[in-house]
Design a protein around this ligand. Structure first.
Ligand code: BGC
Length: 246
């Protein structure tokens, strides 16, 4: 089955058709800059433009950077605060005219990696971490997702972890990969202390940069890059839509 998967982020809204049987992207990915301010109406209209770009007539899966309960956004760390309590699924369906299924962006990336990528056929406790503007997490136990974990918001060194060691923090403070890697290692060590995972999977933009800081990582559980790197969110969103359709 083909499905349109969309990854809604703080700086870009990216979509692609996905073969949900194989997890492969079909054709070219399309990106539109996230409108500012990123209000619900502005994002919904950008999503509509993306759907029209693909001339897509079917359902749409969307990864979104907030906790999502039954399609409703319940947090807004790096997006416009007016998202809180917005029914994203209804809004997107109204504006695009297509059924839309919305889930947390890191959960979407995790679903893709567990089905087709770095977590395929792996049992035990696996934590996928997306590092970008914020830090998103998805926890799987024997392949089952615990949705909406917000471990980017743990406190570390007196700060919210995503303010301390996101990719945005690295750029903002102009940290070398060595210094940033030490911070990220502290973050992983905290997660390891709390959850004793068997594996960490790194997603988001930093996944492709792992070789620049892997020497700083000292956790017992290995840290490996997401197989589909930064595309996992798109693929997982498409998978989620296909599953919701039944
Ligand atoms: C949000 C999460 C999201 C992560 C990555 C965090 O700021 O609270 O819901 O998964 O950013 O986008």
């Amino acid at each position: 089955m083909h499905m349109l998967g969309v990854d809604i982020g703080g700086s870009g809204i990216k979509g692609c058709l996905v073969d949900t049987k194989t997890g492969e992207l079909i054709g070219e990915r399309h990106r539109i800059a996230t409108p500012q301010p990123a209000t619900p109406a502005a994002i919904a209209h950008t999503l509509k433009a993306l759907v029209e770009h693909f001339d897509w007539k079917g359902p749409v899966g969307c990864g979104f950077p907030a906790t999502i309960h039954n399609g409703v956004a319940k947090s807004a760390a790096n997006i416009d605060k007016s998202w809180i309590e917005t029914d994203a699924e209804h809004l997107f369906a109204d504006v695009t005219g297509k059924p839309c299924y919305v889930l947390n962006d890191a959960d979407a990336a995790g679903l893709a990696e567990m089905r087709f990528g770095a977590g395929k056929d792996r049992k035990g406790v696996i934590i996928l971490i997306t590092v970008g503007t914020g830090i998103g997490t998805a926890i799987f136990v024997n392949g089952h997702l615990l949705p909406n974990t917000e471990l980017g918001h743990l406190m570390l060194e007196g700060m919210v972890a995503e303010h301390y060691c996101s990719d945005a923090a690295r750029k903002r403070e102009d940290l070398s990969w060595n210094r940033w890697g030490k911070r990220f290692n502290k973050y992983l060590a905290r997660l390891e202390f709390l959850f004793s995972p068997d594996l960490f999977i790194l997603g988001g933009g930093s996944a492709a940069k792992l070789d620049k800081f892997v020497d700083r990582i000292e956790t017992r559980a290995p840290l490996i890059p997401a197989a589909s790197l930064n595309q996992a969110g798109i693929i997982g969103a498409a998978l989620y839509a296909a599953e919701q359709q039944g």
